[in-house]
Unconditional design. Structure first.
Length: 496
């Protein structure tokens, strides 16, 4: 296909807020911020609430496991929804479903006696947990849709910067979430959390309805294809990209270990400080995450984002090995600060790789597939480590053999049992990431990214040639991979 392509005069690789497309994207991020804030607030709130009511590490681990298991189970399905429907409709539907579920959860909470919440074995408690977390899970539709929106709105030279703004938005949502959830739960349990959720989501739905998106998002990415999940076709696309399967497997095994951090972090922190203080600390730490996202928006993710992903993981595992060495709130806060400043780089790098090497019409399904596979390992850790910590590591470091062997310098007690788990996970993470960095799979994926090719779809009804996404003012144009191409940041035209 012939098409006229222009390059901005300076070959700029920074986002220009005088550009209508960038301004529209900023408004969309405000909407994403509102919905992410409320979903994170419910998630953090239910975790804080259950731990404070039951004082059970096992119960909070189960909440983490429920969340991660649901994320793993819905990723492929949600990705198919993203590809086969207009992005704006998908994001609006996600918010509406969460709004309805939170409304039901609010009614359920108000009619349930307070003593029910103090029993970790209460069926009514777990019905409430599952109900609230279902609303949070519905929000993951937006998580899958957003990077595909970045692909459609920006050319490849500035996508990593746009991904950095997404990371900044995540940081802001964490900042206000951590403070709001802790203060609300400390004040009146889950009542204030759910009332706020219903109110904020209603505002977000109204705001998105009036937001005009660029013409490039006016149609479904996979328009004309059968509306089915097509897991087999998605797997073919993933396998066609050199090194992509190992990258997803690496992320899954990485999440297997990070699931332990997720399951135990809140109980570990709450053993040192009140829920209100921990919420304020998370707010400050989220400010560091905002800084990390802004740095990505300014500097990008380097010429080799695949290598950057692995190097950042080495740094994160080293931090996880160090901060639990002493029962110190300062060490915990310092370690989490490093996590927060580096995570936007890792997330932006992975999204930038996928956005370049995966055909646009398949990106929702590939992002969803990656989410499912990557998150599938985390529930295993959460479900295994929380009871293992509760019934083995904590007694082991309280009055067991661990307290006698290393308690003299490592410390003893409940927090030291959780700290030992962190140290062991850090060691495993360093060994595993170091091995991945030396592997041939890493080199093949790096080469695939640098050469700029995208995997060709195969199968009935799907184009067989390799395709590249070229952004024009009014549409996304497909051109054969062999045709020379230049890229520019598109101007918005029309509305979706």
């Amino acid at each position: 296909m012939e098409t006229t392509r222009r390059t901005d005069a300076g070959g700029a690789t920074r986002l220009d807020f005088a550009d209508r497309t960038v301004r529209t994207f900023a408004q969309l991020l405000v909407n994403v911020l509102l919905v992410s804030f409320i979903n994170y607030t419910v998630w953090f709130g239910i975790t804080f609430f259950v731990y404070l009511q039951t004082r059970s590490v096992f119960a909070t681990g189960m909440i983490a496991g429920i969340f991660l298991l649901a994320m793993a189970g819905t990723g492929v399905w949600f990705g198919s929804i993203v590809d086969h429907h207009r992005k704006k409709n998908v994001m609006q539907m996600s918010a509406l479903v969460s709004l309805g579920i939170y409304g039901v959860a609010l009614g359920y909470y108000t009619i349930t006696p307070a003593e029910v919440w103090r029993d970790p074995a209460s069926v009514r408690l777990w019905v409430f947990v599952v109900l609230a977390m279902t609303g949070v899970i519905a929000g993951s539709l937006r998580t899958i849709a957003l990077p595909t929106v970045v692909t459609a709105m920006f050319d490849e030279r500035v996508r990593d910067r746009a991904n950095g703004l997404v990371g900044t938005t995540t940081g802001v949502s964490h900042l206000i979430t951590s403070v709001a959830s802790a203060l609300l739960v400390g004040w009146n349990g889950m009542l204030g959390v759910l009332v706020l959720a219903v109110a904020v989501l209603a505002v977000a739905v109204a705001h998105l309805r009036g937001l005009a998106l660029p013409e490039s998002l006016a149609r479904a990415a996979a328009a004309g294809e059968p509306q089915r999940v097509d897991l087999r076709g998605t797997v073919r696309v993933v396998r066609a990209i050199p090194g992509m399967v190992p990258l997803i497997v690496f992320s899954a095994l990485n999440n297997l270990l990070f699931g332990g951090l997720m399951a135990l972090m809140d109980p570990y922190a709450l053993s040192m400080m009140s829920v209100q203080v921990w919420g304020v600390v998370w707010g400050v730490l989220s400010g560091v995450m905002i800084l990390g996202g802004l740095l990505v928006a300014r500097t990008g993710t380097s010429s080799n984002p695949v290598r950057l992903i692995l190097l950042i993981n080495l740094a994160l595992w080293a931090v996880m090995l160090v901060f639990p060495m002493r029962d110190s709130a300062l060490l915990l806060i310092g370690g989490m600060a490093v996590f927060m400043v580096l995570m936007p780089f890792a997330e932006a790098a992975e999204q930038t790789v996928l956005q370049k090497v995966v055909p646009y019409r398949r990106q929702g399904r590939v992002f969803g597939f990656a989410q499912s596979v990557e998150q599938a390992a985390s529930p295993l850790t959460a479900f295994l480590l929380s009871p293992l910590t509760q019934f083995f590591f904590i007694p082991f470091m309280t009055d067991g053999a661990g307290a006698r062997w290393i308690g003299g310098w490592f410390g003893t007690g409940e927090a030291r049992g959780m700290a030992l788990v962190f140290v062991l996970l850090g060691i495993l993470g360093l060994v595993f990431t170091g091995s991945a960095l030396r592997s041939g799979y890493y080199r093949r994926l790096s080469l695939s990214y640098r050469t700029g090719g995208t995997a060709g779809d195969t199968g009935a009804g799907i184009a067989t040639e390799t395709e590249a996404v070229v952004h024009e003012p009014d549409s996304i144009v497909r051109v054969p991979a062999g045709e020379p191409r230049e890229f520019r940041c598109p101007q918005a035209a029309g509305s979706a």
